[in-house]
Ligand binder design. Structure first.
Ligand code: ATP
Ligand code: LTN
Length: 330
């Protein structure tokens, strides 16, 4: 039996270089050795206000991007969360063993509550329990995520352990896979904060669909420091260190090698080189995503097949859970 990998991204806004380097880029490597399940988490995405037509479009775009980034629908299960009702159903059960106090302490909940103070809804608070359901339904062993999701993974583990203790062994307790470099790509404008697709300042993020001009412009205006030395030092030079991280990931060079390469170059040459590496990497992904989006029928068929496989796995776990808590099975 292969071990199971599960991960997901919300179909909100435009995906960023952070989503790619911190998460999606790492998913492909598991496809040969693990049973991989990659989800577009649309239920999560309505915890902030959405325009329905946009959500529909972005769900297709996110799925297309998974495939364009090298996730092969023949090898991995690709599906949309709302197509598998067990996610919402398991969430209800897990809600009853999760404490309000725990949810109140979640960093993302606190962040999003302050950003959307007019819409602090129950779904936003319950977000981590839905994420735990995503993971636990498939007996997931490994969850590749960026560093910002570590706290949510920990709560998923706690919930699994708690359920197992209360009702006997049911869930696999998952481990996180957080890449050493790239787990937290920083904003180009405020390099001490993470690059986020919901950032209102468009100059702060590189979107995966940005064209070459936009990419060059954004890197040229990236906030750095004034000492003029291309050197990795996250504390004193967060901007340059972020760019070095991005360059190193895309050029397959170590940070040390990159420092040597740009030792006497000055920031503008370095920034243009980073921009160029990003453009080279994104161009084929962008072309492939566009091609896929022109064939909605194909994407819908992938969703359908993925939903069928995911439903089958998820129903098994849900039915076991229902049995354990004492619901009558017909
Ligand atoms: P939002 O800004 O709407 O909260 P987000 O950009 O954080 O969205 P998510 O859909 O929440 O995106 O995250 C998808 C995946 O991308 C997660 O695994 C997350 O850890 C990862 N990720 C998001 N931002 C970054 C980043 N700046 N660096 C590395 N990984 C990231
Ligand atoms: N909360 C995650 C997205 C997500 C997820 C998951 C990631 C929802 N369910 C299950 C891994 C496993 C985020 O990236 N914001």
């Amino acid at each position: 039996m292969k071990k199971v990998v599960f991960s997901g991204v919300q179909p909100t806004g435009k995906l960023t270089l952070g989503n790619y380097l911190g998460a999606i880029r790492n998913w492909g490597q598991f496809q040969d050795d693990y049973e991989c399940i990659y989800c577009v988490v649309d239920l999560h995405s309505i915890t902030v206000k959405r325009v329905p037509a946009e959500l529909r479009r972005q769900t297709y775009e996110t799925l297309a991007l998974y495939i364009a980034c090298g996730i092969d629908p023949q090898k991995s299960i690709l599906f949309v969360q709302s197509h598998v009702p067990a996610h919402a159903e398991l969430t209800w059960v897990l809600n009853t063993i999760t404490y309000v106090g725990e949810m109140n302490r979640m960093t993302q909940f606190k962040d999003k509550s302050s950003k959307h103070a007019d819409n602090i809804n129950m779904g936003l608070m319950d977000y981590p329990v839905l994420m735990a359901s995503d993971i636990l339904l498939y007996k997931t062993d490994l969850v590749p995520i960026g560093a910002d999701q570590k706290q949510h993974l920990e709560i998923a583990r706690d919930i699994a352990i708690r359920f197992n203790a209360q009702y006997s062994d049911t869930f696999t307790v998952p481990d996180g896979y957080i890449p050493k470099v790239g787990a937290k790509i920083m904003s180009l404008q405020q390099p001490t904060q993470k690059m986020s697709k919901s950032d209102e300042n468009e100059k702060a993020s590189i979107y995966l669909l940005d064209d070459a001009d936009a990419i060059v412009r954004k890197f040229r205006s990236a906030v750095t420091d004034s000492d003029g030395e291309v050197r990795f030092d996250e504390v004193n030079k967060p901007g340059i260190s972020n760019l070095l991280g991005i360059y190193s990931l895309l050029s397959d060079k170590t940070i040390d090698e990159a420092e040597i390469e740009f030792a006497n170059c000055g920031y503008s040459v370095f920034k243009d080189a980073v921009a160029d590496a990003v453009i080279q990497k994104l161009a084929p992904i962008q072309a492939e995503q566009k091609r896929l989006l022109d064939d909605k029928d194909y994407l819908t068929e992938i969703m359908r097949q993925g939903a069928e496989k995911a439903n089958c796995l998820a129903r098994k776990t849900l039915s076991k859970v229902y049995r354990k808590v004492g619901f009558i099975q017909l």
